[in-house]
Design a protein around this ligand. Structure first.
Ligand SMILES: Cc1cc2nc3c(=O)[nH]c(=O)nc-3n(C[C@H](O)[C@H](O)[C@H](O)COP(=O)(O)O)c2cc1C
Length: 395
């Protein structure tokens, strides 16, 4: 495996092939926790790994230099998938100073016993010389947590971007040009949608700062390192930060006795009369991770649930709760659903949730009492055509 980013700079992290649940994110492709070693007159490790894998991180470092030679351990982000290995690493590196910003220091002190750590607290724009190279620090609050920070090495045109531009993707390869571009961009999209979609504005501000830097390589803390497709991932992020719609619609639904499903199928039929991509998800068979990944770039969405105990189906409620936390923007749509005897819950509850998410409503909810009549199914088809026609403008 080629781990060399630049002469004297190596990946020393951990490939997590088997993780499938990452705080609720369904990581079908596993993940990596990327740590990097910079050898210079002074040596630095950039970020650590999840706690159980610190032994592997230490072995990887020792393959290059003795641990006594580590002068700095930089923590760009206090989340435990990167910081969990810090107690073990700091204990093993007697000379090392922990380099981070003030907010990160506070967060690390809350997570771990840091009483024996030596600290070097840095602010935005501060720099540390390693000899031939410089570590330059850029605060990037809310990309992904308040203490998040980039570390930039100007002499190498190398950006350690922490969670930004990352992917939950385990692979034998470390670089973007060793992989299928479609696959890694899809993983980057899924990562963006599920981890940072709600921070579009701070990410967009960070992108503006990154655009001012001379960058030849972006080394995120998960997934492959970007060296040949920086332009492509930057362009993708420019679309993600505004949830830019594509000519695509989604029909998302739950059902008990298939009435809401019949309505969903009729909506899909109508939408398919238009020249747009259409996706059809039952919440019981499609994980929320996939659903929000696809919502990121849809133009319009129809969401349906039957009424259950004056409310909506719990699985749909879970997906809507997750989606509303991630706050997709720039979407239109409507609600639908079957009910038995009351107009509370069901489609009304879905519509409430869509309003909360600021999804622009294109019409009133479509309702069917028990089983949809041919008239209701035609109403669904017509509403599907309306969704499709709206999405067509993004071609
Ligand atoms: C356990 C259960 C609870 C229900 N609770 C309500 C309710 O509170 N209000 C209502 O109007 N209908 C209620 N219904 C009726 C369903 O909403 C109705 O059967 C609907 O057609 C189901 O749609 P589906 O075929 O898409 O599952 C309930 C049905 C079941 C099985």
């Amino acid at each position: 495996m080629n781990t060399t980013l630049k002469e004297g700079i190596n990946w020393v992290g951990y490939v997590d092939w088997t993780v499938r649940d990452f705080h609720g994110y369904k990581t079908e492709s596993g993940s990596t926790y990327n740590s990097y070693l910079i050898e210079d007159e002074k040596c630095a490790v950039i970020d650590a790994v999840k706690a159980p894998y610190v032994g592997t991180l230490i072995e990887h470092i020792k393959a290059f230099i003795p641990l006594e030679n580590i002068d700095y351990v930089v923590c760009n982000h206090a989340e435990p998938d990167h910081s969990g290995g810090l107690p073990g690493l700091m204990a093993a590196c007697p000379q090392a100073e922990l380099v981070c910003n003030a907010k990160c220091k506070t967060a690390l002190e809350m997570h771990f016993d840091t009483s024996n750590w030596k600290w070097r607290v840095v602010g935005d724009g501060d720099a540390i010389s390693l000899g031939k190279r410089t570590l330059s620090f850029v605060n990037t609050p809310m990309v992904h947590w308040p203490e998040s920070m980039f570390t930039y090495v100007p002499e190498e045109k190398l950006l350690f971007s922490m969670d930004a531009f990352g992917q939950h993707y385990a692979s034998a390869f470390r670089f973007d040009d060793e992989e299928s571009l479609d696959v890694i961009l899809q993983e980057a999209k899924s990562y963006y949608a599920n981890i940072v979609m709600l921070y579009g504005r701070p990410i967009s501000q960070t992108m503006e700062r990154a655009a001012e830097m001379d960058i030849e390589m972006i080394a995120p803390s998960h997934g492959v390192i970007w060296r040949s497709h920086i332009k492509e991932v930057f362009e993708a992020y420019q679309n993600y930060v505004v949830c830019k719609p594509r000519p695509k619609i989604i029909v998302l639904y739950a059902t008990m006795w298939k009435s809401t499903e019949k309505m969903a199928e009729a909506i899909l039929e109508g939408a398919q009369e238009c020249a747009v991509e259409a996706q059809f998800f039952n919440v019981d068979s499609t994980h929320a991770t996939k659903i929000v990944t696809e919502v990121l770039d849809c133009a319009a969405i129809a969401i349906g649930s039957p009424t259950l105990n004056n409310s909506l189906m719990p699985n749909m409620a879970g997906v809507l709760c997750y989606m509303s936390g991630l706050r997709p923007t720039n979407k239109k749509g409507f609600a639908f659903g079957s009910y038995g005897w009351s107009r509370r819950g069901g489609a009304a509850a879905v519509e409430e949730s869509m309003k909360e998410m600021k999804i622009e409503l294109m019409r009133d909810p479509i309702r069917a009492q028990y089983v949809p009549t041919p008239e209701v199914l035609e109403e669904c088809r017509e509403a599907g055509r309306m969704l499709g026609k709206y999405a067509e403008q993004y071609k």
